[in-house]
Structures are given as C-alpha cells and as structure tokens.
Design a protein around this ligand. Structure first.
Ligand code: G1P
Length: 286
C-alpha cells in the first residue's frame, strides 16, 4: 500500500448551488446533521494514512482554517461547565499527529490549477486528492481513499475513483475509457456530451496521483469551460504511467447538489439511534 502522507482538498469553489447560504458559509462547512462536509473528507484522508492536509482556499474560506484551529474561549467555557464530552469532541477533530497547510488559489482558474497551487507543499511523493462535495461512505469498511492507496502499490500508479452514472449525466463529470476486461484507463475526457462520451464511467472526487502530475499541469492549457482541468493533465499522464479506475466499495452522495445533501442527511440520520425513528416515521408518512 502506498502511504498517502499528503492529501489535497480543493476548497476554493463558490458553491453557487447552495446560495444564499454560501454567500457567507463555505460550501464545505455545510453540515450533514452536525458535521461539516470537510470533516467527513478529512476523516477519510486520515483513514488512508494522511498526516498532512493541504487545503487550497481563498479569502472567502477562512472558516475552514478556523474550524480546525483550537477555539480557546469555547474550550474554556465547556471545561468550566463540566461539558467534558463536548470538549473532547471539539479538541479531537484532528488526531495530534496531523497538521494542516493552507495554500491560496488567487484566481479561480479550475481544478487543475487548484491542484498545481500545492506543488511546493507536496514535493516529490504520491498524494491524494479529495473533493469534499463527493461524500463517500463505506460503513464499517476501509474508506474509498484507503482502498485506492492499497491499489497504488508502487508510488507511480495513479488511481481514480469511478462509478457508473446515467448516460445523460456525462457532461457533469470526467469520463474514462477503460481497457476491455480490466481497469487500466486508456482515455479520459472532461465533461463530454452524452453523444461524445467514451463510456458512462465517471470519475468521482478521489484521486491518487504521482508528483509527475505537477509538470503535466504546468503544460496544461485551458480546456472544458475555459478552465485548467485536472482531467486533461491525467489524460497526458496516461501515455507514460499506469492509471487505474477503481470501482470503490461504498456509496457516494453528491453533496454538491441539494438532492445529494438530503440523501446523505437521511443516511446518517437512519444510523443515529436518536433520529432513526424519525426517519422511519417520515418515510411512512411520505
Ligand atoms: C470535477 C472534475 C470532474 C469530476 C468531478 C467529480 O468536476 O473536474 O472530472 O468528475 O469533479 O465530482 P466539478 O464537479 O468540480 O465540476
């Protein structure tokens, strides 16, 4: 298994689908019940072995750094009130061996550009990327990123999480073309129209990549939507390295959409003893 010491979280996006809330709340801070999306993403990175979390942010996303910082007044208040369980919870958002690095993306030039901003921090080792909008749960089993790290055994192999999507939706994703009978990716294209898509196998927000991707990103010109696309740099990597499509064990919630947020909320509520009856009653009423 490749030890993924460093995991990148591109969190500089606008979150227009959740306006007006995202006028002031970073979309990654929107909660599924009581935990913000970014917490689920970070827990997954740590499960995969990460000790360095690299957030690509901008001036509107200070709340993410605040969230992982210690909150002295809150902690003292909780301690004085004897609310020790809550105190342990807010102090334990990250294990002690994990550190956070914040990198600024000054211009919104695309996902590929956001990842390129982390070049100096990542250095020369394989790394992971998690898009917190895609919340993936694998109840009781290894997280999706951990599964992927297990497959990237030699430090040079790339691994992308994929799942089948309706053909009509190919224009929302990076779409891969996989060799017959295997899972090595032959070709990859960003947001193709259904009639141009090589398949309906979509990349969802998890990547394990070698550091070579940074040199390829430096050469990548604007692609779909006029943005510097990570997909285009990975397409260039395919010519020189093995990149595997990983059909993960688990379930993905597209928390970049309202329907996905509602589904994720119902999923976690159904597993919470204090809320499960409510969900059951609600389903019956519906
Ligand atoms: C990004 C990637 C795309 C990928 C998707 C997964 O698109 O560019 O290849 O399939 O994330 O969620 P975005 O959703 O940021 O437009």
């Amino acid at each position: 298994m490749t030890r993924l010491r460093k995991v990148v979280f591109p969190v500089a996006g606008l979150g227009t689908r959740f306006l007006p809330a995202t006028k002031v709340v970073a979309k990654e801070m929107l909660p599924v019940i009581d935990r913000p999306l970014i917490q689920y993403a970070v827990d997954e990175a740590i499960d995969a072995g990460a000790d360095t979390l690299v957030f690509v942010t901008n001036r509107y996303k200070h709340s993410i750094a605040d969230y992982f910082d210690s909150a002295y007044e809150l902690e003292e208040t909780l301690e004085h009130a004897g609310k020790l369980e809550l105190l342990a919870m807010v102090q334990g958002l990250l294990p002690k061996h994990v550190r956070c690095v914040y990198v600024t993306q000054e211009q919104a030039l695309g996902l590929g550009h956001a990842v390129l901003c982390t070049k100096a921090v990542i250095g020369d080792e394989p790394f992971g990327i998690i898009l917190p909008d895609d919340l993936i749960v694998n109840d009781g089993g290894p997280s999706a990123l951990r599964q992927m790290a297990q497959r990237a055994s030699d430090g040079r192999t790339g691994v992308l999480a994929v799942e089948e999507v309706p053909h009509a939706d190919t224009g929302k994703y990076g779409i891969v073309d996989v060799e017959a009978g295997g899972d090595r990716i032959r070709h990859m294209v960003e947001k193709p129209k259904p009639e141009d898509a090589p398949s309906n196998l979509a990349v969802v927000g998890r990547y394990v990549l070698p550091a070579r991707i940074f040199e390829l990103l430096e050469k990548t010109t604007p692609g779909a939507g006029g943005e510097i696309q990570l997909t285009d740099a990975i397409a260039a990597l395919l010519g020189e390295s093995r990149v595997l499509a990983h059909r993960f064990d688990g379930h993905r919630f597209d928390c970049g959409s309202k329907a996905g947020m509602v589904r994720a909320t119902l999923h976690f509520a159904a597993r919470d003893p204090a809320l499960a009856d409510l969900v059951r009653g609600f389903n019956k009423a519906g």
